[in-house]
Design a binder for this molecule. Sequence first.
Ligand code: PLP
Length: 397
Amino acid sequence: MPGFEIFGDEERKQVNDVLESGILMRYGFDGMRNGHWKAKEFETTFAKKMGSEYCQLVSSGTSALTTALASAGLGAGDEVIMPSFTFVASFESILALGAIPVLVDIDETLTLDPSSVEAAITSKTKCVMPVHMCGSMADLDALQAICTKHNLLLLEDACQALGGTYKGKALGSIGDLGCFSFDFVKTITCGEGGAIITNNKDYYVNSDQYQDHGHDHVGNDRGAETHPVMGYNYRISELHAAVGVAQLGKLDYILAIQKRNYTIVRNALESIEGVTFRKVPEGGEENYSFVSFFLPNEELAKKAHKALGEGGVDANFYWYTNSWHYINGWEHLRNLKPLGNLTNEVRNQLEKLNDTDFSKSDAVMSRTISSLVKIGWTEEEVLERAAKMKAAILSVL
Ligand SMILES: *Cc1c(COP(=O)(O)O)cnc(C)c1O
């Protein structure tokens, strides 16, 4: 998954274009920037690559999610349905607006379970936020049907699934809005950065204004611009965007190597009786950043995870007890540890978390191991890794 593995001269060249003029901001200073508009260049290229009308680059994946929600008019008291297995950014981005995160179960896709989503809908629900974890996707047709039926926004968190597709379309481009992260460990990186894509012009214009204090970006005198809406500062710097421009040029290469390496590992694990794989919805193609597989039960999964480490195979994740990605680990959320006050509505919802039944998610997550696919490995190294993985897993079965 990590683009940082192939940081090189291309990134240095793009950053130097910016350093030569010293114009580190993405807006204005037209005469001084030697014609370089790295953020704009990234947005144009990325929108085209994703098959979307519009792209808005921002400072992180988390701020992309908040900006996307804000752009569609979500705010205090609105409920957003999100999965129990995700990165903490999901609930952070919702809470930042005073909106209410409603956590529901995942299924063997490792993403939102459509029946759990439907069961969680109330009169306050405004948005369903599937998170395409570890390179593969939610059942987007099922979720889209639910959203259409109940008039809800579908916001795809594709931060971990750049390059994956569903029925021929780029993940992130299928819902009303899609978000990406370009933090340091993602498929491509800006150092820090994120993006929103959409085909909806209103959402795009709102995003553009919201992420820059409400600036309307009309004309070429920044100080004279008007502020149609209240915004915030989630701008990306031109330096970060420059890194992203170079990394975007490497995306196809990254995806091809990931697929090669994934396939070698997957083939080795396929032959183990007792190992099964995450479900990929029909018509979906992963971005191959992780091989996620199931052991028959929790005890064997824990043993297999331990055996992998002891067998010298790095970068295997047992999310069930990993503090950042599953509800089990989010004590600060479940036990209400904000720095300041929460609204009563948010507090009431979060207080329910300790009593909510997530046994459906537990039954999947307790058996899941995800193995990172790196792009720096040679074919020989992956073959060796795959053999070691197979031996380690067989030793506990
Ligand atoms: C990384 C990530 C984010 C947040 O992105 P940042 O750029 O680190 O803020 C959000 N959602 C998911 C699923 C992620 O993996």
